[in-house]
Ligand binder design. Structure first.
Ligand SMILES: Nc1ncnc2c1ncn2[C@@H]1O[C@H](COP(=O)(O)OP(=O)(O)O)[C@@H](O)[C@H]1O
Ligand SMILES: [Mg+2]
Length: 267
């Protein structure tokens, strides 16, 4: 099997994403406030921010899993919130937990989507699945059950499964959480390689600054549901905003630890 992607079935049209004045509330609780940014076709775009800042909620609005309270998210010229958009754009989500079917082998997990959507015959499905497994160095695991795999392998299977859909937009939510540093670096390489070889637009929600700074073209920082900064990845290596610099590169100060500052502010 060839690893040459110019002949790959995965190369296709890709879409940019435009988020405009997006607000999202759940009842009385406002989570996202007037968020606007644009992801260009073929870009790797990282959305970073502390836990609870609204990153996963933002990704859900882009994926069309939820509808914004006001403002919009568009994929190309399609409204992300319109169910018909899913017929126009193949988008794949790689969730935090991977969400594989435990009773199915790796191969059958990957074959599920093309079988359900009757994308091609079994021989065609086999080609697609084996190609995706090859890209992620998982050929030897085709017959295994998810329970037999390490955390890093499960993540790779989740990405391979997304790839079988031939996505035109790939959304990752914390792809390196729970991975050791070497596996995280491997995953960063995989995301960058997929974009290079399939030109797919990739939005990566992460608080892994290594990942964002090494592979993203541009980064947005979300804090308390507001965009605090947007720029090229290189601009974030030594950011002039002390809040952002501290978030990306927190200094451990044993003379003046944070938890003691918190205690004092509550006295
Ligand atoms: N369906 C929901 N209903 C109510 N609140 C929610 C819902 N989903 C998320 N939230 C709240 O929105 C905030 C941001 O959540 P989330 O986007 O998951 O943060 P993170 O940046 O860690 O991904 C949190 O305070 C969370 O409790
Ligand atoms: Mg999240």
């Amino acid at each position: 099997m060839s690893a040459n992607f110019t002949a790959s079935p995965f190369v296709g049209k890709t879409f940019g994403v435009t988020v405009e004045h997006l607000c999202k509330s759940y009842g009385e609780s406002a989570v996202l406030h007037d968020v606007s940014f644009e992801v260009r076709p073929g870009e790797i775009y990282a959305i970073m921010g502390p836990s609870g800042s609204g990153k996963s909620v933002l990704l859900k609005q882009i994926a069309g899993l939820e509808t914004p309270t006001s403002g919009s998210a568009r994929i190309g010229n399609f409204d992300a919130a319109d169910p018909a958009t899913r017929n126009q754009v193949r988008l794949a989500l790689v969730f935090q937990a991977g969400a594989l079917f435990n009773s199915l082998s790796v191969y059958d997990n990957l074959a599920l989507y093309p079988r359900e959507h009757r994308l091609c015959d079994e021989a065609g499905i086999r080609d697609r699945v084996m190609h995706a497994l090859h890209i992620l160095s998982l050929e030897k695991s085709a017959g295994k059950l998810p329970a037999e795999l390490s955390g890093g392998m499960k993540k790779r299977v989740a990405i391979a499964r997304a790839l079988v859909m031939e996505p035109q937009l790939l959304l990752y939510d914390e792809p390196t959480s729970e991975l050791d540093p070497v596996m995280s670096a491997t995953l960063s390489e995989i995301i960058a390689t997929l974009r290079e070889q399939t030109a797919v637009t990739s939005i990566v929600v992460t608080h892994d600054s290594n990942l964002a700074l090494s592979i993203a073209d541009r980064i947005s920082i979300l804090m308390d549901g507001r965009l605090r900064a947007t720029g090229k990845a290189a601009e974030f290596k030594n950011h002039s905003d002390p809040v952002i610099a501290n978030f990306l590169n927190p200094v451990i100060d044993l003379q003046n630890p944070r938890f003691k500052q918190l205690e004092q502010s509550h006295e």
